[in-house]
Unconditional design. Structure first.
Lengths: 106, 337
């Protein structure tokens, strides 16, 4: 279980306890947090669960797998802090993780 | 004007199987899809990815599934209207008048929306100023490459479309290629070619840059690009091309007076009709308690929606359930003995 803080682009914060094994995307979708669309449902086939993760946490996350950066090329305003939240698997180690949502997903 | 029993919006697996079910029960349909090919997400997003949960098919790719579905509806000779999008739905005397972007018009008692998560459209530049030039000098696809001859062209993106066009246009135009990181996702041979052209100064390559602004009085004159560190550069540009892949947009569906829940359409589970009589929604786009976004659920929804369509297409006939194994009428429709 990890407490994850989702911050919408307008600054609105949601702190959610997400079960281990779920993804950061699923944590948002299951709790109706707006700002993450996840059109493809987590198959890394769209780029609508894009989040920004600040360096301190970015470097602690499991590294991106092949294909995630390719997909991020197609996200809205990606930068070097960008991740696809469907590719971040939740574990106890992520307790306290903060993700920022982009202005929009599409 | 085309009169038909059903218009299906979306040629993904769900729309295709619904067409099959319509054919089996003796109805005609026309299928419209915004993409230039049949298959929807299966073809556009994951043609090569294996799918493991299609009943009785232990493993098949999006492309194989699509090809099999096309094969399955072949006997019915339904028309596909690809590269076209349903723009408007209007109700008139128990019928729906369906108008498309390309100017086609259908009259039908039934519309089945099998639109997935919406239609695929190119992702556009986030910069507001680019909108002003959209379609004239800021482009997301190329119809006529001769317009770029001897012009300054700035191409954004890191996939095959961006690389292929950069290579192609560098023969006759002054090309800059801008990408947000050092790695490209295009074919290795194209990446190699781009590097060579860049070393020979035939292409100006800018990696770790993205668009900041486009400027020009009347016509486009320059594009400003920025690095993540905030450093910016100004490039001369007559045309700016963006190749960031496709995104899914609900598009005009949102304007048809249907109840919407986020990006989905609530339906009943008896025949998958929406709040509008004669408009059905099936597949990923529909929503009901317990909805699963599985292809197999889409098949089931399409089969029941087809029976729902029968009621309005043949108001004076009674629908009779028959098995394909036993019914001679169905075998006739399939052209088998």
């Amino acid at each position: 279980m990890a407490k994850i803080k989702y911050i919408e682009h307008n600054g609105k914060e949601h702190v959610i306890e997400v079960q281990n094994g779920l993804t950061v995307m699923e944590g948002a979708i299951q709790n109706d947090i707006s700002g993450i669309d996840a059109d493809c449902g987590g198959s890394m086939s769209c780029a609508t669960c894009h989040v920004y993760v600040k360096e301190d946490w970015y470097n602690k996350l499991p590294k991106k797998e092949m294909g995630e950066d390719d997909m991020l090329d197609q996200a809205y305003e990606p930068n070097s802090n960008s991740r696809l939240s469907c590719q971040i698997s939740v574990s106890d180690d992520l307790d306290g993780l903060i993700v920022h949502m982009p202005e929009k997903q599409v | 004007m085309i009169k038909t029993d059903v218009v299906i919006i979306g040629a993904g697996p769900t729309g295709l199987f619904c067409a099959h079910q319509l054919g089996i029960i003796g109805l005609k349909c026309e299928i419209v899809d915004n993409l230039d090919k049949i298959g929807g997400q299966c073809i556009e997003l994951y043609p090569d990815k294996p799918i493991y949960d299609i009943p009785a098919l232990p493993k098949c790719t999006g492309e194989e599934l699509t090809n099999n579905l096309i094969e399955q509806i072949k006997p019915f000779n339904f028309n596909f209207h690809l590269n076209d999008r349903v723009q408007e739905l209007k109700n008139e005397d128990e019928n729906w008048i369906v108008k498309t972007t390309n100017g086609k018009e259908f009259h039908t008692p039934n519309v089945v929306i099998a639109g997935g998560v919406g239609s695929f459209e190119p992702r556009k530049f986030p910069t507001k100023s680019a909108e002003k030039f959209d379609g004239t000098s800021v482009l997301y696809s190329i119809k006529d490459k001769t317009i770029f001859k001897d012009k300054y062209v700035a191409i954004f993106g890191g996939g095959d479309s961006a690389l292929d066009w950069a290579i192609e246009l560098s023969n006759t135009s002054k090309v800059s290629l801008i990408h947000r990181r050092n790695e490209f996702r295009g074919a290795p041979a194209s990446v190699q070619k781009i590097k060579e052209l860049s070393e020979k100064n035939i292409i100006n390559l800018f990696t770790k840059y993205s668009i900041k602004d486009v400027k020009g009085n009347g016509s486009l004159e320059e594009v400003e690009i920025k690095s993540e560190e905030g450093e910016s550069k100004i490039l001369k540009a007559d045309y700016v091309l963006g190749f960031f892949g496709l995104i899914m947009q609900l598009g005009p569906i949102a304007e048809w007076g249907l109840n919407l829940d986020k990006k989905t359409i609530p339906v009943n589970t008896e025949n998958f009709e929406t709040n509008k009589k004669g408009i059905f929604a099936i597949g990923d786009i529909c929503n009901y308690p317990g909805k699963l976004k599985l292809i197999l659920s889409g098949f089931h929804e399409g089969a029941l929606a087809a029976r729902g369509c029968f009621k309005y297409a043949r108001p004076n006939e009674k629908y009779r359930f028959e098995f394909t194994t036993a019914s001679n009428t169905i075998k006739d429709r399939l052209g088998v003995k």
